[in-house]
Ligand binder design. Structure first.
Ligand code: KG4
Ligand code: ZN
Length: 343
């Protein structure tokens, strides 16, 4: 007998992207993402503006995802949504919408941890791309998180290291702001770094025990360096922009790779994945790929669309939870600070 197909609607609204995706078994039929330009001039996400933009976007985005997928809404088996972690006002919009739509369609609700989503994006069936084998390590690097996760099974994960202050994406964005770029500046540092000399400027690297990360010292070191140089030459940033971007990017990636190498060596696990918005960074991608030849790692890098926040990763996580009957109910609420292993 042919197995019944499972169709999941995924909804993501934890930060400043409103996204909806339709997943059929492990294949994505649609993944619509609406970003929010409203934050650009503020140098960071403004929570109040983010919630309002989610409210405007959520219905058209879900509607577009269903239309593009070619399915009828009555065919959806369950709705998976991001419960947390993230900005509370943003999460509430996706959570409320998911609860209402599930009630209207009389189908189960699945509450997903956003950080699981980033990791499990690797299991989206994507043009026969190879998938990590358990156990594997995942460096999840985004605007809000920097974690090294040990994945023993789809829903059995353990955080081995995390940031004690800023996230890697935050380090990119804050450095970019100092250089005069709009938010989010991470991709712009990446772009300008391509023609720069990464060894031109040196910035301090943290000494953190264990597998944790720290980026606040780097931020201060960049700030003091720029202030000092600008006192002597007010055009310093303009004249050195590409070299500054390349040197800052190299420092952030060095910090990430060093801790990852340590975990790989200690645990002897050479299945290594990267995930989250910063995994779109070309220097990080290149340095991880180099590890195939230099250290025999099997490396897994998601397609760009599945690196930054998206609902496809929430839908695939929802599918693994659906298979284990891990449903929630109408009393569920959004959770801004959601512990990694919380259900
Ligand atoms: O995963 P994500 O979309 O949202 C969060 O959950 O935070 O990650 C967004 C972060 C931002 O800090 C952005 O600057 C960074 O990912 N980012 C990059 C690149 N693309 C996105 N950072 C460096 N280089 C990139 N190419
Ligand atoms: Zn994210």
């Amino acid at each position: 007998m042919r197995q019944k197909e499972t169709i999941i609607l995924g909804i993501e609204s934890s930060c400043d992207d409103t996204s909806a995706a339709i997943l059929k078994n492990d294949t994505i039929l649609s993944n619509i993402i609406a970003g929010q330009d409203v934050h650009h001039e503020f140098g960071g996400v403004v929570p109040e503006l983010a919630s309002r933009a989610h409210l405007q976007n959520i219905v058209p985005v879900v509607d577009a995802a269903i239309k593009k997928s070619g399915i009828q809404k009555e065919e959806i088996d369950a709705i998976a949504f991001t419960k947390g972690p993230g900005l509370l006002g943003s999460l509430v919009v996706g959570t409320s919408f998911a609860k209402t739509f599930a009630l209207a369609l009389d189908i189960p609700l699945i509450d997903v941890n956003h950080m699981y989503g980033h990791v499990l994006a690797h299991f989206i069936n994507d043009e026969n791309k190879s998938m990590p084998r358990m156990p594997f390590l995942c460096l999840t690097v985004s605007g809000g998180h920097t974690q090294i996760v040990l994945i023993k099974d789809y829903l059995d994960m353990q955080v081995l290291g995390t940031t004690i202050d800023d996230a890697a994406g935050e380090a990119f964005d804050k450095a970019a702001k100092m250089l005069g770029f709009p938010y989010p500046g991470g991709p712009l540092i990446d772009k300008f770094a391509r023609r720069g000399d990464e060894n031109k400027f040196k910035f301090s690297k943290p000494k953190v025990p264990g597998y944790d990360f720290s980026f606040s010292g780097l931020k201060t070191s960049i700030l003091y360096f720029l202030q000092k140089q600008e006192k002597e030459n007010s055009d310093f940033i303009k004249e050195n922009l590409e070299d500054l971007c390349a040197s800052i990017q190299k420092t952030i990636v060095d910090i990430l790779i060093k801790q990852l190498e340590e975990v790989v060596n200690d645990l002897g696990i050479k299945e290594v994945a990267i995930a989250g918005g910063v995994s779109a960074n070309s220097e990080l991608r290149n340095r991880i790929i180099e590890k195939k030849d230099s250290a025999g790692w099997n490396v897994y890098i998601p397609r760009f669309e599945y690196c930054t926040d998206n609902a496809a990763m929430i839908a695939i996580t929802g599918k693994f939870m659906f298979e284990k009957n891990l449903f929630t109910n109408q009393s569920v609420t959004a959770m801004a600070r959601m512990p990694f292993n919380a259900k």
